[in-house]
Design a protein around this ligand. Structure first.
Ligand SMILES: C[S@@+](CC[C@H](N)C(=O)[O-])C[C@H]1O[C@@H](n2cnc3c(N)ncnc32)[C@H](O)[C@@H]1O
Length: 821
């Protein structure tokens, strides 16, 4: 009978802790019995329970105790106890020592003289327990050996039954594992029946259970081969797809433990070179566990305040996000089901790929031989770089790429397929920490850079580069010397990864900035009025669900003439968009506001301000918001749900630097992104501009002046603007186009009914093809010689380009560079 994947995993996990297969098998059998063959509590946390069980059994054995149905009974105290069976010895080996696994927890050793041992949750529980029973135990030192009364044991028993029954009851319903060992819930000793406990009221026994945390340097890992974005706390993400098979390539199918199975598991493991940190919390798997998704986290990489969350709570959060972000209204929607489907589909797709391409998935053994010869073997990750050559990719490799001098081939580590000898195939996508990239500094290693050379991208095991093959989806090759950086420039803060690609030159990163998905107030900003207001003004507190479904539009539609600005598809309505575009195309036909005392002019010269030059009266969209009664998925909430299209920052060929594009076709009226930056007052902005004379590409203050004139005299602190120079989102890469730009900005009011503060949202002004650059007319007056910011030489290439002066004249003139908003 072929071994169950769980058994294989259990052996592997134990082997990583130095426990022999024989021992694992023996205790696994016992533990399965204790848990009525329920694997969930056993395999949680990479078989924490099993490891504890083994270590504690061995420790107790050392001390002369025995374990009955999972409970350790000191020999002296329990002579009459019915033994489940003698615990076998470790065949001459020294008794197992529990590894130090809980550095973060304080040590409360039961033996003050012994080497500090990790503080177990049960010890914590015990401490609490003893506090609860403080009256008769007040004098008991925390570090003194603790004895248990029948009451204690009954409590423990009750809790253990609760824990087991919760886990048993929850599983079929929600199919979620409750990672009690990772949460503040504490694992309890396992008792099958009170009747089996040899308890009397005299001092009894200790039940130490320690907690094993995932490997210290394991990144977040999702088994299953699907890309995941890294989280906001800077953990790394890894995906892994495993196809367990034995030496002859057969897949294991069945449950049950046998010696043969244990051997098979062992042979797999001994052959394994990777996975020094493969522990993790399994959260989904395909049928019979061939493909799994598990989470791992790296304590070394997370912030000090990182606490392992409850997995159910995490699922709930993701589900809520999905409900909010996508129009999912099926109450049965389950993120875990999605992940299970993902595992299954991956498996199915892999089978399909094998069928179709035959050679695409490299069979482990021969490649390993090649790999063994390769100089990549000593790679720091102990991961064999693969060797999968997508045929289409191969065809597209027709240029010899260069390796930037700073990249050491040993450092090359990017989406790749990893192969393990003797039957284990791992596909790993690594997403590196993004701070390095977004901040514009060189990454600590050059991970993620794809450097390709046609001749070297072969299965030539002698050449390390042969082992470095990009994932086709993430690398676009154009036959030139091509450098790509595959990262999520948003650092996981947007719904979709925003990748960065340079197919043109060797400019590595867009210059330094901090990615923020929403506007933030500049710390010194002199803003003394609320930018968000909860109240009954301009809201629809009695609405419910989706306001777009109402026969009579809600109060929020008042701003757009009693009709919503959006269609049910989430696009700006044609009529509204047409009007907005007409404002741009022929502003003279439309109303301008003229301030009595223009804050813009005042900021330039406080004592002798010029006359207001006028502000175009803009059309606003008012979205429903938190103070409204409707759902976040209400059709009148588009901008506030954030970017919903896959965007990419790419290096333009026309000399405009970086630009943005969408990976898919966009219909007319589609929301692309918001212009996000620091909120500051207009005078603060002016100061910044005066100080910042280097005229870098990223100085793009935007005035929020769409309604200035209506106020008569606007206070300085009410004249706001956005500066994306240091803090911004993907919009800071949008390039200018004088004529027929494919995006238009529309003021969108969300949190407050007045117009001092609003959002600048970019919508497509026409259908935009996939990979077409997304552009916007900045509204630059190229002839304004007085503006403190020098305009760039426009390379928009449009027929109606307004920058018509010969380039020689441009350098000498003082241009205006202000964005019209
Ligand atoms: C908002 S940023 C756009 C992103 C920028 N291309 C970059 O690489 O970061 C504006 C700057 O991009 C460049 N740019 C934008 N549109 C341009 C155009 N039509 N022609 C030439 N340069 C342009 C100018 O350097 C301008 O100062």
């Amino acid at each position: 009978m072929a071994p169950n994947q769980k058994i294989i995993d259990a052996h592997r996990a134990m082997r990583e802790m130095g426990i022999s297969d024989g021992t694992t098998k023996e205790y696994l059998k016992k533990l399965l019995k204790v848990y009525d063959n329920n694997w969930a509590p056993i395999e949680e946390g990479n078989f924490t329970a099993l490891a504890n069980y083994i270590f504690e059994s061995e420790e107790l054995k050392e001390k002369g105790a025995k374990r009955v149905n999972g409970v350790d009974i000191p020999r002296d105290d329990c002579e009459a106890a019915p033994f489940e069976g003698e615990v076998s010895s470790f065949s001459g080996q020294p008794p197992l020592k529990r590894p130090k696994l809980e550095k973060h927890l304080g040590d409360i050793s039961s033996d003050a003289t012994s080497t500090p041992s990790p503080r177990s949750y049960l010890e914590v529980e015990r401490t609490e327990h003893s506090q609860n029973h403080s009256k008769n135990k007040q004098n008991q030192s925390v570090s003194a050996p603790r004895t248990y009364t029948r009451q204690d044991c009954e409590d423990l028993y009750r809790r253990s039954r609760e824990s087991v029954s919760v886990s048993r009851e929850q599983k079929p319903e929600s199919r979620r594992y409750s990672p009690t060992y990772l949460t503040n819930e504490k694992p309890t000793a396992v008792f099958d029946s009170m009747d089996e406990l040899p308890i009397n009221d005299s001092p009894q026994f200790e039940v130490p259970i320690s907690v094993i945390h995932p490997g210290d340097s394991s990144p977040v890992r999702i088994e299953g081969g699907v890309s995941v974005s890294n989280d906001s706390i800077g953990t790394q993400a890894l995906l892994e797809y495993r196809v367990p098979c034995n030496n002859s390539g057969e897949k294991f199918e069945d449950d049950g433990i046998s010696d043969q199975q244990a051997r098979s598991a062992a042979s797999l493991e001994h052959a394994s070179i990777q996975e020094t940190h493969s522990s993790g919390l399994e959260i989904a798997s395909s049928e019979i566990g061939k493909v799994k998704i598990s989470l791992q986290f790296n304590y070394a990489h997370v912030r000090p305040d990182f606490r392992v969350p409850d997995l159910n709570a995490v699922f709930k959060m993701v589900e809520d996000k999905c409900f909010n972000s996508y129009k999912i209204d099926n109450p049965d929607f389950s993120i875990q089901k999605v992940m299970q489907d993902l595992c299954q589909s991956y498996l199915d797709a892999a089978t399909e790929i094998n069928k179709d391409r035959g050679t695409t998935l490299v069979n482990g053994t021969p490649s390993v031989d090649l790999l063994k010869k390769s100089s990549v073997q000593p790679n720091v990750n102990h991961v064999f770089k693969l060797t999968i050559l997508e045929s289409s990719l191969k065809n597209s490799l027709n240029g010899r790429a260069q390796i930037p001098p700073h990249i050491s081939t040993n450092d090359l580590d990017f989406p790749s397929h990893n192969i393990q000898p003797k039957g284990k195939l791992l596909t790993t996508t690594k997403i590196e920490k993004d701070e390095d990239i977004v901040n514009g500094s060189q990454p600590s290693s050059s991970k993620g850079w794809v450097v390709l050379n046609q001749n070297e991208c072969t299965l030539d095991g002698a050449n390390p580069l042969s082992l470095v093959v990009p994932n086709q989806n993430e690398c676009i090759l154009d036959g030139t010397n091509t450098f790509h950086k595959v990262v999520d420039i948003s650092k996981g803060q947007e719904r979709f990864k925003i990748t960065v690609v340079n197919e043109v030159c060797t400019e590595n990163f867009p210059p330094s900035f901090h990615y923020i998905p929403r506007n933030l107030v500049y710390q010194n900003a002199y803003i003394h009025f609320p930018l968000a207001r909860i109240g009954d003004e301009a809201c629809c507190s009695s609405c419910d669900g989706d306001c777009l479904a109402l026969s009579v539009p809600c109060a929020c539609a008042a701003e757009t003439g009693g009709e919503f600005g959006y269609t049910v598809e989430g696009l700006v309505k044609k009529e509204f968009l047409d009007e907005c575009m007409s404002l741009y195309r022929d502003p003279k036909k439309h109303s301008f506001f003229y301030c009595k005392d223009c804050p813009l002019e005042r900021s330039k010269d406080e004592n002798l301000p010029d006359k207001c030059k006028g502000h175009l009266m803009r059309k606003f969209i008012k979205e429903c918001w938190s103070k409204c009664g409707c759902h976040i998925q209400c059709g009148n909430r588009v901008v506030q749900r954030g970017i919903s299209r896959e965007l990419q920052v790419f290096f333009t060929r026309e000399g405009k630097g970086w630009g943005i594009r969408a990976l898919h076709k966009l219909p007319r009226g589609a929301f692309v992104c918001e212009y996000v930056g620091e909120i500051l007052t207009n005078s603060e902005l002016y100061e910044r501009n005066v100080q910042n004379t280097d005229n870098k590409r990223h100085t793009y203050p935007v005035l929020l002046d769409a309604d200035w004139g209506s106020e008569g005299v606007l206070k300085d602190e009410e004249a706001l603007c956005l500066d994306a120079t240091y803090y911004g989102n993907v919009a800071r890469f949008i390039n200018h186009r004088c004529f027929d730009a494919n995006m238009i900005d529309i003021p969108v009011e969300i949190e407050t009914p007045d117009h001092h503060y609003y959002h600048i949202a970019f919508f497509t002004s026409r259908e935009v093809a996939a990979m077409e650059e997304l552009t916007w007319d900045y509204g630059i007056d190229f002839l304004d010689h007085d503006h403190p910011i020098k305009a760039f030489q426009c390379l928009c290439g449009s027929k109606g380009c307004r920058d018509l002066k010969p380039s020689t004249n441009r350098a000498s003139r003082s241009n205006r560079y202000a964005l019209r908003l």
